[in-house]
Design a protein around this ligand. Structure first.
Ligand SMILES: [Zn+2]
Length: 250
């Protein structure tokens, strides 16, 4: 099959699975789901740490090796700073300075941050997916199945975080739409700019590590850790780990 057609089909699959994840939220009682915020946050927390350990760090090492490890640190810091800058400009940023009423609004802040992290992450994944399509169709199908399952999880968790507080429907749809097509954007960029260089991939993944680390430390860690002994938090952590392990066995 033509490489461009197969990449459009694969990104369509990824698009659909994100939407499926989001629509899944409607099958749950929203009020009950709002009480499960600790569960949602802790599942994303462990899910992201697992992506970091199982995919991102080994990928960085594979691309850069020991020789270019300095590039990893440089671009990790750059990714970290980019995320910190974005964080600063999003509304309801500082959790500790918020009144009780506004802490609820802070969930919109976290969900926005989370969506942005994964939109950028998916764009990079799209670039890499196209590189894989060029080499092996079967391998790219396997990766797409695994990514689809991740998208169901992310769609569900991000969308239910956004539902924690009144948030305009148009904004919600726009963010979910961007999240769903982000892999396609990556594929599109890769088709437009013809680069297939292992060092470039290493640099891109290193910056993603920076984004992840910032988000995990600044937004998730300080919310999840104080409640780590709560049942809901423990279940959430287990779900995040289990879900990613299932994705990676596919
Ligand atoms: Zn923030």
């Amino acid at each position: 099959m033509d490489k461009n057609i197969s990449s459009i089909i694969l990104s369509l699959v990824l698009f659909l699975f994100t939407i499926i994840g989001c629509s899944g939220v409607n099958f749950f009682n929203q009020k009950k789901l709002n009480k499960r915020i600790d569960f949602i946050l802790s599942s994303i927390f462990s899910f992201m740490i697992m992506i970091l350990l199982i995919y991102l760090l080994p990928e960085v090492y594979h691309c850069l090796g020991f020789k270019n490890l300095y590039l990893f640190f440089i671009f990790l810091v750059i990714g970290f700073i980019i995320m910190k800058t974005i964080d600063h400009y999003l509304p309801n940023h500082d959790y500790h300075q918020l009144t009780k009423n506004k802490i609820k609004k802070n969930y919109i802040h976290i969900s926005l941050m989370c969506a942005i992290v994964f939109i950028i992450y998916n764009i990079v994944i799209g670039i890499e997916l196209y590189n894989t399509i060029l080499v092996s169709t079967n391998e790219s199908i396997r990766i797409t199945i695994s990514l689809s399952l991740r998208n169901v999880f992310l769609g569900f968790m991000i969308y239910s975080m956004m539902n924690q507080d009144k948030y305009s429907k148009i904004k919600k749809i726009l963010i979910i739409f961007l999240l769903s097509i982000s892999t396609f954007i990556g594929i599109f960029i890769r088709v437009m700019i013809n680069f297939n260089n292992i060092i470039t991939s290493g640099i891109l993944f290193s910056s993603i590590v920076g984004l992840f680390i910032y988000f995990i430390i600044d937004e998730l860690y300080r919310r999840v850790m104080p409640k780590i002994k709560k049942k809901e938090t423990i279940y959430g952590v287990i779900l995040g780990i289990a879900w990613l392990l299932i994705c990676s066995t596919l």
